[in-house]
Design a protein around this ligand. Structure first.
Ligand SMILES: Nc1ncnc2c1ncn2[C@@H]1O[C@H](COP(=O)(O)OP(=O)(O)OP(=O)(O)O)[C@@H](O)[C@H]1O
Ligand SMILES: [Mg+2]
Length: 408
């Protein structure tokens, strides 16, 4: 009998992971609260359970495991639910991260406390319980400052504060985006920002993803911090890249990852590399599913699935086989109602364009972006050189026209 893998989440970005598991000959079970989740189309079996509801998913997985078919592994792809995955793994005795590691990954305060204990550099941070406390932090630390929910994702409620900010609004916005109403302040570290992604095998980290994050719209969307894609290979020096990637792996170990994925949100500040955040799961934004494999030729999804099944991975499987340049950029139409969409097919036919998608339709209302999901689409381009991947990507983005009319 083939092995059985539970993929927690059937969202559109999980589809490549589900297809990869199928390609590996696995029996694939998908869980999601939404019966229409795109991933269900490719699943052998489905479980209806909210991915964020740990108890519901654990109970449903256990029922499936006992009554239908034993599960051999559990994973999430491009979905930020490490605690759900770790809880299923623990309940059913499957390979995976400990509950403790998953909890650290889901709580930016507890994570930073742990990283500090392990001597890993992070921006100065402090929990802020009230507007009065925030006001005091601003007076003591000065601007710019970051505030963010302790336990959210997708940059929701992450705000860059300067002197002109309405502190009450900022505090409320960050707090409303925290499921536990907890907010923290951080020093804003200026410098190049990088996404890394490594596979950890028996405590040894193999870094595969290393992307220069593009924050060209920091001013346009301020106080929200909205990324406009990223580019590989990095333009940073080899030694900076090594320091950053090594630090992310060290941080992953400090959180307790022995076998699994370590995704770093890193910044190279005036004092060297720092950890903004570590995720202990495969990334979203088509990084683990598309950009890393396109850049390195390494099958990141396959590696992660093997780890979830407790199978060994040979170092050769994680060796980079190429260094192709890959860029991703997003579409940010002017706010308003979408009245026409054109140019997608033209963009797709252009040289080096691997993927181009529009995720809005006519009649939708576009608002000023407040988080990483607020984009109207994206383009992924490849080339031999960094700058050509960027120019191809930007050219394709510019060929797509999502026209909006202002709301009155
Ligand atoms: N202290 C900081 N200094 C500089 N930039 C920061 C800082 N904190 C956050 N940012 C920027 O804001 C982004 C989002 O912050 P953070 O990762 O903490 O939130 P998130 O909700 O987990 O977002 P995501 O899911 O995109 O990682 C970071 O990736 C980084 O670009
Ligand atoms: Mg983050």
């Amino acid at each position: 009998m083939s092995k059985t893998l539970l993929v927690v989440s059937g969202g559109i970005e999980a589809v490549p992971g589900i297809l990869k598991a199928k390609e590996m000959g696995l029996h694939v079970v998908v869980s999601d609260y939404n019966p229409e989740a795109p991933g269900f189309r490719y699943a052998d079996d489905r479980i209806i359970a909210s991915t964020y509801d740990v108890q519901e998913t654990v109970a449903a997985a256990e029922k499936y495991h006992k009554n239908i078919r034993p599960l051999d592994g559990v994973i999430c792809v491009a979905s930020d639910v490490p605690l759900t995955v770790a809880s299923v793994a623990e309940k059913l005795g499957l390979p995976g991260l400990s509950i403790e590691t998953a909890k650290l990954a889901g709580d930016k305060l507890a994570m930073k406390d742990q990283l500090v204990r392990e001597g890993i550099p992070v921006p100065w941070y402090k929990p802020v319980m009230s507007i009065q406390e925030l006001d005091k932090v601003c007076r003591v630390k000065g601007f710019p400052l970051i505030i963010k929910p302790v336990d959210s994702r997708g940059a929701r409620g992450v705000l860059l504060l300067d002197r002109d900010i309405d502190l009450q609004w900022a505090f409320n916005t960050a707090q409303q985006n925290s499921p536990t109403a907890r907010v923290m302040a951080e020093e804003f570290i200026s410098g190049p920002q990088i996404s890394t992604e490594a596979v950890m095998v028996n405590g040894i980290g193999y870094n595969l993803g290393f992307s220069d994050r593009n924050y060209e719209y920091l001013e346009r969307f301020r106080p929200h911090i909205i990324e406009n894609g990223g580019t590989q290979p990095s333009i940073l020096s080899e030694s900076m890249q090594k320091d950053i990637a090594d630090l992310a792996i060290k941080a992953g170990k400090a959180l307790g990852v022995v076998n699994g994925i370590v995704k770093g949100d890193m910044v190279y500040g005036p004092d060297g590399p720092m950890v903004i955040e570590i995720a202990t799961r495969l990334s979203g934004g088509y990084f683990s599913t598309d950009q890393i494999p396109l850049h390195t030729g390494v099958d990141m999804l396959k590696a992660a699935i093997k780890l979830a099944l407790g199978e060994g991975i040979k170092p050769q499987e994680l060796e980079k086989k190429g260094n192709r340049a890959v860029a991703i950029r997003y579409l940010f139409p002017a706010p308003g109602r979408v009245v026409s969409i054109s140019g997608l097919e033209t963009a797709r036919k252009q040289e080096g364009i691997v993927r181009a998608e529009i995720v809005v339709k006519i009649g939708d209302i576009i608002t000023t972006p407040c988080n990483s999901n607020d984009t109207a689409g994206y383009v992924i381009a490849v080339a031999d050189r960094h700058e050509d991947a960027v120019s191809r990507c930007v050219k394709a983005v510019n060929s797509i026209n999502v026209e909006t009319e202002k709301l009155v």
